[in-house]
Structures are given as C-alpha cells and as structure tokens.
Design a protein around this ligand. Structure first.
Ligand code: 3H9
Length: 708
C-alpha cells in the first residue's frame, strides 16, 4: 500500500485516509492507493462500508498540478488514469462515503462524486476550478456534476471555476449531509446507517439532466457570459461543451468527449501559461534572502495619510481586512470628500452584492477620519498616500518619525519616487518601505512592495505576509524609477503614442492590444488615469532625456490643450457625461498635423506590428529590470503585469509570453525595430544573451534564485 493512503477499520467500517500534505493532491501513488484500498475492502467480508477522508487540513484539493508539465512534455501519464480509478470506486460493492473538509477541488470533487454518498463539514468548499488553469475537469467532473447538481449549477461551476460552500452544495444535491463536530465520527455513523443498503452510482442518475428545451437557453447564456467574462480563453467554452455532452450522450461517450476537450486544453499554450501563473502567484511570496522564520511585526492598528482616491482606497483595504485605521487629511473639506467617496464605494459594493450591509457597517466603524496625528502613536503601520512630490513626502515622513512609536512600519504609496530619499527624512530608514497600490486600491490585487537600501527583513517579511491578509498579491521590487510595473509601462505607452504619430488610428492601437487580451488599450488607459499624470512626470524628468532621442509628443500636446482624458471630457477619445467614449476625428487631424511638422512619415500599420511594438517594449525593459535585479525572477514581472496592468492571464505575463514566442524571434524583431527606430530599441543585454544561448527568461529564474 502506498504511504500516501492508509487503510484502517472501525468495527466493520473501513477508513481510507489520504495523507499527501499540504493539500492531499492526487500525486502519483494516491489514486493507486485508493484503488488498492477499494479492492481490499471488497475482498474483506468483515467490511460493510467505507469512509474516504483527507488527513490534515483538507480533503483532496485536486490533481497534482506539477504533474501536468510532465504529461505535456511526455514524461508521465499517471494522472490521466484517474477516471478508471473512479469507476472502480463507483463499482465497489461496499458503499463508499466521501467525508469532505477544507477543499474538494477539481480531481478532489471528481473523486468525491464517484463515491456513493458525500458528507461534509459546514463551511468547507467544493469546486471545479480547472478553467483557472486553462483546462477542464478531466476525470468525468463534467459528466457526474450535472447528474448530482443539475445543468445550470454544473455549467456555472465548470465554466466559471468558482467554488461553492458545502451548505450550498447540500442544497444542490452534491452533498448528502452536513456534519457538525467531528467529521470522521459523523462519517462513520453515516456509513453505518447506509451499510447494507443499495448504493447509488452517480453515473446512473439521469434525473437532473433536463430536456433540450430547458437546457438550450442555459448553454447559450453560459457561452455568452464566458465570451464576455473570460474573453479569449478556450477552457470555459470547452467546459460548457463537455457539460452539454452529458445531456446529449451516454455517460461513457460523454467521458470520451470530455477527455478529448481536456487534452486539447492541457496541451494548449493557454494552460501552460495559466499553470505558470498559479505557481507564480505562490513563488513571488518566496524571497531568497528572507527566511520563512523571519519575525513578523504584528499589524493590529493602521493609519493612512491622505484621503484622496488612493488614500481612501487604501483605508478601505485595511478596514476590509478588519484592521482599525485612522485616515488623516489636512482640511475638513478634503476629509469629508474622502469619507463620502468611501461610503459611496461601499454602497456600490452592497448594490452589486459584493458585500452585505452588515459587513459594510462594521468596516465603516473601523475607519476614523482625522485632521491631526493624534492616535498615530498607536499605529503599527502608517501608509502615506499624499500627492506625488518629494518635498511633501519628506515633510510627512519627518512628521511621522516624530509621532510614531518605535518599530512602526512607515510605508509610502509612491509610484515613482525614490524610497531611500523618502526614508532619509526619518531617523529610522530600516522601518521605511514602499507599498505601491494600483487604482482603485480596494479592487486591484497587485501590491508592489519596494525594498529600500536600509529596509529591514522584518519589515519586508511583514509587508509580504500582510499583503495576503489584505487580499493582495505582494511582489517585492527594487528601488528604481517607476519600480517594475511603471518602469515597463513607460516604453509600452511611448510605443503606443509613436504608433499613432506614425499613422495608426487611436482605435486601431487600442483594439489591437485589446484583441491581444489586454483589459484595455493603452490610450484608453491613459484617458482613464488622466493624461496629465504622465505629462507632469515627464516634465519633471525631461532634463534626464538624451538630446536627439525621439520623444512621444502627441499625448503631451493633448494635455497642453487641456485634454486630460475622461475627467475633462476629452483625451485620446471624447467622453459624454456618463464617461462613454467615442472616437474623436479631431485627434486624428491634430496628430497628423503634429507628425507632419515633426517630419514623421505616415503609413499603414498592421495590428501585428502594433502588438509587437508595444508588448516587446515591455519585454525589453523587463529584461533590463531582471538583469539589474530590480525584480527577483521573470515570474515576478509576470505576476505584476497580470494583477496590476490587465495583461491576459492566459498569456502568462509578458516574460512568459516572450519565452513562448521564442526569445530568438523576439530578439530579432527588437533588432528590426532598432534599425527602424533607433537607440530606444537597443536590445537589453539579457535578451540578447538568452536568445543567443537558446534559453528562456524562466531559465534565468533558476540561475538567479540558485545563486541568490
Ligand atoms: C485537476 O484536478 C484536474 C482534474 O480534473 C483531473 C484531471 C485528470 N497540485 O495555495 P497554497 C501547493 S486540476 C500541486 O499556498 P492555501 C501550492 O503550490 C487541479 N500543488 O495554500 C503550495 O506549494 P508551496 C484542480 C498544489 O491554503 C502549497 O500546495 N485544483 C496544488 O492558500 C499550498 O498551497 C485546483 O486548482 C495542487 N493541486 O490554498 C486547486 N494545490 O507551499 C489548486 C496547492 O510550495 N489549489 N498546491 O508554494 C488551490 O486552490 C489552493 O492551493 C487551496 C489551498 C485552496 C487548495
């Protein structure tokens, strides 16, 4: 018997326990161990029924995702045999009760559904999250789930990928009984109740499969929703097709259809990219020189300086995590505006069903607006979110140094400024760190955590840990201008403006990148964020520009005309009072005039060139950042771009995308652009090196962390 699966007995009831920490994934040995146990149970006349349970904190959280890479590279096919094991469970003459706690996800729920009964602890979760990995259920999940839960719920779970609580699963018929108290004891008692009775096989239960008339609108609505909400992804559509097969084919044929669709997805670039993102989300939390055991600073009370858009959003982030927070402004009107915005934001969340009124009332009680620093002496962490200017930030940090208790974390939400210079205004630079949120701060998942020269390991470890508690993905970055995200965004936007100046329309640039999968086109993003933001920064840093190098002018010229984007009703586009965009022919005329005056030739530009110019500008800068060590690994850059900049998750982030295209091809294209457009396109040395060696950015990851 495999070490990963134990078989014991309790007075005629067999207990199969899966012990594969941390999440009891179905790694090689687990399905085999289950199959062997089932065989033994059926041969043992003293056994009347069996319970299958997960050891530790959870039931089975799914197939072992690490195995998928081995399958696609031809090194392993073990996980794929799971459907056969599940048939053996279902065919067991002794009924099998699945006892669920923690999470029964993916292959875990598929195992559970092959059992004859399911009992669960309240508050546990079940789900088919495979689409989030770019695949679909591959062990008959799309065939058994509709038989237990009905078509509508099965489509939603398989195509949407979101888990449900066991309370809801019980209502849907996925779970037969909820067990308060000791799960194993309850499951054994349940097994005694059903022992000797006929055991229902899920695959034979066809009563919830509906009629074609009932199902057609469900599938049509699901396909439509997936096209909109999971734009560009193949797995959700495949999942819907597989569930539809359950309504049109026999169980066996349906399983074959599911398997074909599963294999198509598994071998797709999308699934490889999304699996990379799954592990990347977790890898970014690992900082090579900061041990796991690093002492954390308890953050029980927080304060925020500034009640503007960012300050208010950050205040909500702390309140949402249950941390009492002071929010300071300099005058009453601004403070009132800030509190009103927070209230409005919460009202919208209640209307949209994201939060309950009770949750919001509790969160609002945690927020204390203030005009003074009174109470800051109790804060464990203060986040400054004032206007972006060095003098002001230094003044605030000087004040914080005077009022805050020793050991308090002093964080700045700066998006561009030098953290070390900000820290120099205090007597405790080891406590100063950057925490760069993305707008709207209470929604966007990314948190760039900026390490200053003196920032202590305890402060870094605390902020990394806190980011999870705040519902964010924290990524540690170095202290360079624009940090990682904005430093890369600059050449990306620059190229989008160059392209417009060279003859592409504003809409053509935006739609090429939208079709590539970006959440929004770069010019529409500029209008949303305010074109004046970049314009002001560029003016501040103009002295650093090399003479003779081309500068994107059209965006700045629009700002000179007062066209700042959505907030002034016009930018790259025109906006109505509801901020709905329409194309503005005046922009095309103006840009053409400016380009002609500047001697820029107008030409036809293909969507392919638009994507290459903008995305490779990201990649080339990303390569420099990686080589300079401002990002720890290529995957850190990918996670930043997916969570903060709307890069499509199914392309795995800019660095993964470049690896998938092939660095030689990317390098050659960058060289081509260098010949056409000059030194702004000089290939990053790391890109050149890896391309010439036939390597990838992911290879560099390994070397880098190994030597760090
Ligand atoms: C599937 O089942 C396909 C089937 O249809 C069958 C096809 C034939 N495999 O997230 P955490 C690791 S597809 C391998 O930090 P939490 C994770 O990398 C699968 N490893 O904990 C991490 O490692 P490390 C469908 C896995 O408490 C450690 O475990 N299932 C797997 O915050 C702890 O994870 C899913 O998609 C795995 N399946 O969250 C579920 N799961 O410590 C994916 C986790 O080295 N998993 N690891 O960084 C999850 O959603 C969360 O891990 C879970 C726990 C909610 C379970």
């Amino acid at each position: 018997m495999s070490d990963l699966v134990q078989l014991t007995t309790d007075n005629g009831i067999a207990i199969i326990t899966i012990n594969n920490p941390p999440v009891n994934a179905l790694s090689p040995g687990v399905p085999e161990g289950i199959a062997e146990s089932i065989e033994k149970i059926n041969q043992d006349p003293s056994i009347q029924a069996a319970v299958l349970i997960g050891g530790g904190r959870t039931f089975i959280a799914g197939a072992d995702i690490k195995e998928f890479g081995k399958i696609t590279s031809g090194k392993n096919a073990g996980t794929l045999d799971l459907p056969t094991v599940l048939l053996r469970i279902e065919d067991s003459r002794k009924p099998v009760v699945m006892a669920i706690h923690g999470t029964a996800f993916g292959g875990g729920l598929e195992v559970a559904m092959a059992g004859h009964y399911r009992v669960a602890t309240p508050g546990a979760q079940v789900g088919q999250p495979e689409v989030k990995l770019g695949i679909i259920p591959g062990a008959a999940g799309t065939q058994r789930l509709p038989r237990l839960a009905g078509i509508a719920a099965a489509v939603e779970m398989c195509a949407g990928g979101n888990p449900i609580k066991t309370e809801e699963a019980a209502k849907l018929g996925i779970v037969d009984r909820l067990i308060e108290g000791d799960l194993l004891k309850g499951a054994i008692a349940f097994a005694r109740e059903i022992a000797g009775k006929s055991a229902p096989k899920t695959r034979d239960r066809n009563e919830k499969l509906g009629t074609p008339e009932q199902n057609a609108p469900i599938f049509a609505a699901a396909r439509d929703a997936a096209r909109k909400k999971q734009r560009g992804m193949m797995a959700p559509q495949a999942a819907i097709e597989a569930v539809e097969a359950a309504t049109k084919q026999s169980f066996e044929e349906g399983c074959k259809t599911e398997r074909e669709l599963f294999m198509d997805c598994l071998f797709s670039d999308q699934s490889k990219a999304m699996i990379h993102v799954f592990f990347g989300d977790r890898e970014v939390a690992k900082i090579p020189d900061i041990p796991k055991e690093t002492q954390l600073i308890p953050v029980n009370r927080a304060a925020v300086v500034g009640a503007g858009t960012m300050g208010g959003g950050i205040t909500m982030v702390f309140a949402n995590a249950g941390i009492p927070v002071l929010m300071k402004e300099t005058d009453q009107a601004a403070l009132d505006r800030g509190m009103n915005n927070i209230r409005k934001n919460y009202e919208t969340s209640v209307k949209r069903g994201r939060f309950t009124q009770q949750f919001v009332d509790e969160r609002l009680k945690l927020i204390t607006p203030t005009l003074t620093y009174d109470g800051f002496e109790n804060a464990d962490m203060v986040t400054e979110a004032a206007f972006e200017g060095m003098a002001l930030k230094k003044q605030i940090f000087g004040e914080l140094d005077r009022v805050c208790k020793p050991g308090a974390i002093l964080a700045s939400n700066t998006s561009t400024l030098n953290i070390d210079e900000i820290a120099s205004a205090t007597s405790r630079p080891q406590n100063v760190i950057g925490t760069h949120y993305f707008s709207p701060a209470n929604v966007m998942r990314l948190l760039e955590i900026v390490r200053g020269k003196a920032t202590s390991k305890e402060v870094i470890a605390t902020c990394m840990n806190l980011s999870k508690k705040l519902g964010k993905v924290g990524v540690l970055v170095g202290n360079c201008r624009g940090f990682v995200g904005n430093r890369m965004f600059h050449p990306y936007v620059r190229e989008s403006v160059f392209l417009v100046e060279e003859g592409a329309s504003v809409e053509a640039v935006d739609s090429a990148l939208y079709d590539f999968g970006m959440a929004m086109g770069p010019l529409a993003v500029g209008d949303l964020a305010g074109l004046d933001v970049g314009w002001r920064i560029r003016k501040e840093y103009r002295h650093l520009e090399k003479p003779g190098i081309r500068v994107a002018m059209a965006g700045d010229n629009l700002c000179e005309m007062g066209r700042y984007g959505q907030k002034t009703g016009a930018g790259w586009y025109k906006y109505d009072e509801n901020r709905r965009a329409t194309n503005d022919p005046e922009v095309a005329t103006l840009v053409k005039k400016w380009a002609t005056e500047a001697g820029i030739k107008q030409r036809q530009i293909s969507p392919e060139e638009i994507v290459d110019r903008c995305v490779y500008a990201l990649v080339n800068e990303g390569a420099r950042i990686l080589e300079e060590g401002y990002a720890l690994r290529a995957v850190d850059i990918d996670i930043i771009y997916i969570n903060g900049y709307g890069f499509p998750v199914y392309r795995g982030g800019p660095m993964w995308y470049a690896d998938a295209v092939g660095l030689k091809k990317v390098y050659d294209r960058v060289r081509e652009f260098e010949q056409q457009h000059g030194e702004l396109w000089e290939p990053a040395p790391l890109l050149k090196q890896l391309a010439e060696q036939g390597k990838t950015f992911a290879d560099f990851n390994k070397q880098h962390t190994a030597t760090a």
